[in-house]
Design a protein around this ligand. Structure first.
Ligand code: NDP
Ligand SMILES: O=C(O)C1=N[C@H](C(=O)O)C[C@H](O)C1
Length: 231
């Protein structure tokens, strides 16, 4: 499979290593201000920046190249990206987190939220910890987890660091080189129930993105990691 890497930073480089190990070739590596030349790529993998992702996706769809997108912090334009993809009968997978472990954790989170819905003595919150280079807050994964909780809650919205009292708070912490830790907490006067996913490195994210790229070849439509993993 010929892959174009849109964004050749921490994730782009890790994806390159895993893709080569799995027998694929990298035909383009595009960073900021590089010419947008896909060089016959069969699939593009975008781990760029919140400002760059939407433009990159738009160009790929126009050129008939399916996209796996892991970039977070640009979802205000998600519906437009989906419309662009459909217009060109393209293929698209966005995931706030491509790791198998986090996708299992998403399902666990929804199940726990459903169980906790009648338990009105518990206060719910989310915490995400990431490295100091991260541009967006809260994390995309934190937002997906919050959506999973809100689907089984009387609350309607999440807000960053508890800024709106009636919302579900997502606390964002930036420290050192932490790859990504997410915790959902239910706290009452008498006890605490907590579930945590802690990434030990970026390998799981990168492997998931390559597996998604292998999966989308020959398909058109908008898919999720649930489709790829059969969850
Ligand atoms: N969904 C998931 O599983 C995961 C998602 N992420 C997300 O992926 C994104 C990237 O993370 P990470 O690799 O750590 O970040 P980095 O900052 O290490 O890499 C981002 C890269 O994007 C490049 N870039 C900037 N503008 C453009 C552009 N217009 N087109 C293409 N590339 C561009 C930067 O190049 P330059 O240096 O020239 O500016 C840089 O090399 C983030 O949004 C992060 O949240 C991260 C891990 C897992
Ligand atoms: O920026 C990161 O590093 C990560 N970003 C993703 C997010 O925002 O959820 C996924 C992972 O946690 C690492």
């Amino acid at each position: 499979m010929k892959i174009a890497l849109l964004g050749y930073g921490r994730m782009g480089k890790m994806i390159e290593g895993i893709a080569l190990d799995r027998g694929h070739s990298i035909v383009a590596k595009i960073d900021n201000n590089d010419p947008f030349e896909l060089n016959g790529a069969e699939v593009a993998i975008d781990f760029s920046t919140p400002d760059a992702a939407f433009g990159n996706l738009t160009k790929c769809f126009a050129q008939g190249v399916p996209v796996i997108c892991g970039t977070t912090g640009w979802l205000d334009r998600f519906d437009e990206a989906v419309a662009n993809c459909s217009k060109h009968d393209g293929g698209f997978i966005y995931a706030s987190n491509f790791s198998l472990g986090v996708n299992l954790f998403f399902e666990l989170n929804k199940k726990l939220a459903q169980m906790m819905q009648p338990q009105k003595d518990y206060k719910t919150s989310l915490t995400e910890i990431h490295h100091i280079h991260k541009l967006d807050a809260p994390s995309g994964t934190g937002i997906t987890l919050a959506e999973g909780v809100l689907a089984h809650s009387d609350k309607e919205n999440w807000s960053l660091d508890g800024k709106v009292a009636e919302d579900l708070p997502i606390y964002s912490i930036r420290e050192g080189e932490v790859p990504g830790t997410h915790t959902v907490t239910y706290e009452s006067k008498v006890d605490t129930i907590e579930i945590t996913h802690e990434a030990h490195n970026r390998e799981g994210f990168a492997l998931g993105a390559v597996v998604a790229a292998e999966w989308i070849i020959g398909k058109t439509g908008i898919f999720t990691m649930k489709d790829v993993l059969g969850l």
